[in-house]
Design a protein around this ligand. Sequence first.
Ligand code: 9D3
Length: 230
Amino acid sequence: KVCVLTLFPELFQPFWDHGIIRRAVQGGKIHPDTINIRAHAEGRHRVTDDRPYGGGCGMVMKPEPLAGALAEAKGRMPAATTLLLSPQGRRFDQKLAESLAKAGELIFVCGRYEGVDERFVDRFVDGESSIGDFVLTGGELAAMAIIDAVTRLIPGVLGNEDSADNDTFSDGLVEHAHYTRPPRYDDEPVPDVLLSGNHAEIARWRRETALMRTVLKRPDLLARRDLSPE
Ligand code: 9D3
């Protein structure tokens, strides 16, 4: 069960409605839900933000609408872990995706504006996640990225059961290059070895080129890995 607290619940409809995520929903592998934070705001204008104490530009999300939205979510999923998407959070990675894929119930709180009142964070948030060192306009795209990465790790979501194991980051290397038909495209042939039918040779070539591509494209990944002498 996954529940997203957001000021823009409509953003999530096309996300739930396409591709592998849609298949996971239809197959009952994930149960998505969104709660509009504004529905828990008081007054004629249902204000969800206010000016920061101490001054400064930008607005801060008020704690009460967030707390009300979270109470509704927890009513539906009492054992849930609550994650706040925030630029201050720990960088989301494949290891955290694997751990979240084992959780039964997750609540994602998407901030907008400059941030969220700290008292809400202190009282209700179990963890804070960022998806990288760049500035978004809100947590929604980060929540989708995380839900996407986690959903495909749930057993039965991907058609081919081992395509999740072979992933770049699970193995710690960049993947080998991929080729499909035609055998010659704009004068560029497919490497001969891939057409040879020799599966041991193909596996060796893929391993070797994966290592070379890692050196060239992501040397940071290689630095963190133990390699055999070979
Ligand atoms: C001026 C200080 N800014 C912090 C870097 C304020 C600020 C900018 C953008 C506060 C919130 C946001 C909105 N971003 C997110 O909510 C967010 C985010 C991101 O911007 N980058 C990477 N991951 C994430 S997760 C949530």
